[in-house]
Design a binder for this molecule. Structure first.
Ligand SMILES: *Cc1c(COP(=O)(O)O)cnc(C)c1O
Length: 463
């Protein structure tokens, strides 16, 4: 009882007595005995340190602790950051059909079972036909994400041999995924050619030897090299690879299946174009421009896909049933390209017109003004990003609600903004904005559930 030194007069109640009390029994009924006891023990310990507490307060603290323990850690947030495909916020929001497909796939399903033949089937069969139909590829398969796809392709088709890549494409994609290191891990010898800003066909030509397995083209997705630049068109690389009997691997990253210019968005090379330009094998993400769950697609020549499928790595990198179901449902939406922008939330949000966003911003500003009386609330123009390294240099015109500290209060402005941002994050469905130029910005491009946003504002603890 040395902890009691501060307040020798307080004698903690017995855990059993607390659990047997009326409120204690309620907790046990809801949360179970083990968790209730653990939280009560913590509450007693905290009270010891604080010098004492009464039983009701201990039980109240335990109830809070239990509620927190049971709350789901992953929960919906409002992504008002301005980056639509935000990796930290789960990238692409799924289509309704993808969500219900996941639900349907949660029990026993014909995941690897051929219902017609009554025997073992192929896990990837649920998506390969969609992949080949939509992209025109001979064959396709799917793994955990595009990073895994890169690993699987390189390791299968280039292990112990050389892969030629331009110095301008030795990129770090984020999260310590650096192309040169990945290639080394995949057992591939890196053969760098050209300079950061310029690489010519001759550079590739000169690098080809009998040790060469492939030429790799990586789409520089999260940066752009501008100015005095030159890179070799895919068609020429494909022809060079073919003439020398090596593989041409195009690592696309974003992976658009439709032309984004039809929605006034910047041009992004599609998987179909990449294949028709002669790539032997192509990889891309499921949760970037495709708008589906996390996945990595590999499409291309049937003989190469077959080799990747046989690599033991493929087994380690395979998808689970819920993800496969969501991916198949997402790909299915591309069967009707005319309606894909309405059905797929990611494209719908990317294509959203600035006038429409501004109207949302105006309504949100009206709702916020009376609540954050100390703050100057405005609607301002801003620029959203596609995010996830897709189309890095292009910004989409958007509108935001901004909140500023009144001019009179200059001191501690930064800290006040931090506290305001934290208050929005503390809402039941956290609202994530960004701080820039002395203001807190809520880019309204991704705000569709206006009623849900407004309904919880009463709980905002304005600093
Ligand atoms: C995003 C990206 C990756 C990684 O894809 P994940 O699906 O996030 O694993 C790989 N290469 C390029 C070029 C990318 O843009």
């Amino acid at each position: 009882m040395q902890d009691d030194a501060q307040s020798p007069s307080w004698r903690p109640p017995s855990l059993d007595a607390l659990l047997r009390s009326a409120s204690g029994a309620d907790l046990v009924a809801i949360f179970g005995r083990q968790a209730s006891a653990a939280c009560l023990r913590d509450a007693i310990q905290a009270a010891r340190t604080a010098g004492g507490s009464d039983d009701a307060a201990l039980l109240g603290d335990a109830a809070l602790c239990l509620a927190k323990r049971r709350a789901l850690s992953i929960k919906p947030v409002f992504n008002l950051t301005g980056a639509v495909l935000h990796t930290n916020l789960g990238r692409a929001p799924l289509a309704d059909t993808a969500i219900s497909a996941m639900q349907q796939a949660s029990g026993f399903v014909n995941l690897e079972y051929d219902l017609a033949k009554g025997r073992r089937g192929e896990r990837d069969s649920h998506i390969t036909e969609w992949l080949t139909t939509l992209t025109g590829a001979e064959a396709g398969l799917v793994v955990n994400n595009n990073a895994a796809a890169v690993m699987a392709v390189l390791n299968t088709l280039s292990r112990g041999k050389e892969a030629i890549i331009s110095r301008g494409e030795l990129v770090e994609i984020g999260g310590a995924f650096r192309m040169p290191e990945v290639m080394v891990r995949a057992g591939v010898k890196l053969r760098e050619v050209g300079a950061t800003n310029r690489t010519h066909l001759k550079d590739y030509e000169d690098a080809i030897t009998d040790k060469t397995a492939m030429i790799v083209r990586v789409r520089p997705s999260n940066y752009a090299i501008t100015g005095f630049t030159s890179s070799v068109p895919e068609k020429e690389l494909a022809a060079l690879a073919k003439a020398n009997d090596v593989i041409f691997y195009d690592e696309l990253g974003a992976g658009a299946l439709v032309d984004f210019r039809q929605w006034g968005l910047p041009y992004e090379r599609t998987v179909q174009e990449t294949l028709s330009d002669g790539a032997d094998i192509v990889s891309f993400s499921g949760d970037k421009l495709l708008g589906g769950p996390q996945a990595g697609m590999i499409v291309g020549r049937a003989d190469l896909i077959k080799r990747v499928a046989k690599n033991p790595l493929k087994r380690a990198l395979r998808l689970d049933k819920a993800t496969l179901a969501a991916l198949a449902a997402t790909l299915q939406l591309y069967d009707d390209p005319d309606s894909v922008a309405e059905q797929l939330p990611s494209i719908r949000l990317l294509a959203r017109k600035v006038d429409d966003i501004r109207q949302t911003a105006n309504r949100m500003a009206d709702a916020l003004r009376p609540l954050v009386a100390q703050w100057a609330v405005q609607v301002e123009g801003c620029a959203s990003q596609i995010g996830s390294g897709a189309l890095p240099v292009d910004m989409l015109p958007s509108a935001a609600v901004t909140m500023t500290v009144p001019e009179a209060i200059m001191r501690g402005r930064g800290r006040r903004l931090d506290r305001l941002a934290a208050a929005f994050r503390a809402l039941p469905q956290p609202v994530i904005g960004r701080i820039a130029e002395d203001r807190f910005w809520l880019d309204c491009r991704c705000l569709e559930d206006e009623a849900g946003f407004i309904a919880q504002l009463g709980e905002l603890q304005v600093p």
